[in-house]
Design a protein around this ligand. Structure first.
Ligand SMILES: Cc1cc2nc3c(=O)[nH]c(=O)nc-3n(C[C@H](O)[C@H](O)[C@H](O)COP(=O)(O)OP(=O)(O)OC[C@H]3O[C@@H](n4cnc5c(N)ncnc54)[C@H](O)[C@@H]3O)c2cc1C
Length: 369
């Protein structure tokens, strides 16, 4: 019998959530992670647990995200209960500002599409300027209004990662960093991974290596289309509380610093920053919150999103090598509660998941359309 039931490749938010979920179900799990120099979206993201705007082009994703957000309160309570590490999660509701009529109309259309996709389960309202100002007095007169969803919230993503790592430890997961994987062999009854640690065997394997999933997938007969998308984020000095809920572009952390972000760039595997993009981000933030004009910036960074061609997650079991899975997605913060729960159960085969089955790579196969 193999030493482990599951090998998880990748120890970011996705791999850690899946490993934690499987270990809670009493499976024996090893996580093979990369080194400090690998790309890690989990350490560079914005920390939103975000429903509004997700899945307008794919109804199952709208439903999946809504479920994830609804699972979050219980998920974080359990994780903190087991580890003593708080995640700073707040289900405070969230806003997406519209600066002109065109943005407003596009937003209404998108929100209505998502609402229809979820059979009205997605809960949102459009707020005019006065309604926004009532909740956020510091908002600029340039903001025409906002979409608001009570399902949205935010979290400290680094605390979340730390909590998941301690949660894995609590449930006996073996975590192996600095691994380079040379080869994965699919044999009857399991898989053998040739890594820096030596050969590690398990009954099943789950690829959660983010941008590393494409070459790993090829070793297991899976074509995993991964698209890179850089985002840049800035963080300010600590300010007095002025923003009691997150917005898509600006959020105030529990410590008082303000995170400013939301950019998309196609620059390949370059996770640096660029003044042009940072100026654009800062300009929009100051347009929304004039008080930000005079604050000190402490740091700026770039990080690479792990996207798929349609922006929606991939949950796939290899047909060529059954027992090999991949979870490849954006929004690994939001989806953490889903990954540690229903997706881990789907991988373990302990739950039939019609919803999750819709996320296979078959949807990219034009011959099936
Ligand atoms: C700018 C930005 C803002 C974002 N904002 C949000 C947000 O507000 N809310 C939200 O929900 N999501 C957000 N995201 C997305 C979120 O950060 C990611 O979905 C999530 O971090 C992905 O986690 P991951 O574990 O798949 O990938 P990663 O964090 O990249 O981890 C992959 C891991 O795999 C390891 N690895 C790679 N190759 C190998 C290999 N061959 N062998 C062993 N290990 C390997 C790496 O070392 C790494 O640790 C944002 C992302 C970015 C870039």
């Amino acid at each position: 019998m193999a030493e482990y039931d599951y090998i998880i490749v990748g120890g970011g938010l996705v791999g850690s959530s899946i490993a934690y979920g499987l270990a809670r179900q009493k499976h024996r799990v090893a996580v093979l992670d990369g080194g400090d120099r690998s790309f890690r979206a989990s350490r560079g993201n914005f920390g939103l647990v975000w429903v509004q705007g997700k899945g307008a082009n794919f109804a199952p994703y709208a439903r999946l995200t809504g479920r994830a957000a609804d699972l979050w309160p219980q998920f974080t309570e359990q994780l903190t209960g087991e580890t003593g590490v708080g995640t700073d999660y707040q289900r405070s509701g969230g806003m997406h500002f519209c600066l002109d009529e065109q943005e407003w109309e596009e937003r209404v259309e998108e929100m209505e599409t998502i609402r229809a996709h979820t059979g009205d389960a997605f809960d949102y309202e459009m707020l005019n300027h006065d309604q926004v100002k009532q909740q956020i007095p510091q908002i600029s007169d340039r903001v025409l209004g906002a979409s608001y969803s009570a399902q949205d919230g935010h979290v400290n993503p680094l605390y979340l990662l730390q909590a998941l790592q301690q949660g894995m430890d609590h449930h006996g997961v073996r975590y192996l960093p600095n691994q380079v994987i040379d080869k994965i062999e699919a044999r009857q009854g399991g898989f053998r991974v040739h890594a820096s640690e030596g050969v590690i065997a398990a009954g099943k394997i789950v690829l959660c290596a983010g941008l590393g999933n494409r070459p790993l997938g090829e070793m297991l007969g899976m074509d995993i289309p991964v698209v890179v998308d850089r985002g840049q984020i800035m963080i300010t000095e600590r300010l007095q509380p002025f923003l009691n809920l997150p917005t898509l572009h600006v959020r105030q952390t529990a410590e008082g610093t303000v995170q400013i972000g939301y950019s998309h760039e196609d620059v390949g595997l370059d996770d640096g920053t660029s003044p042009t993009e940072l100026i654009k981000i800062a300009h929009r933030a100051v347009t929304m919150f004039p008080l930000l004009q005079r604050v000190q910036l402490v740091r700026a960074w770039g990080a690479l999103r792990i996207m798929t061609p349609d922006g929606n997650p991939i949950y796939q079991q290899s047909t060529q090598c059954p027992g090999a899975f991949t979870v490849t997605c954006h929004s690994g913060v939001t989806l953490a509660a889903m990954h540690a729960g229903p997706v881990a159960e789907w991988i373990a085969g302990s739950l039939e998941q019609d919803l999750i089955n819709k996320f296979s790579t078959d949807r990219f196969d034009v011959s099936q359309n």
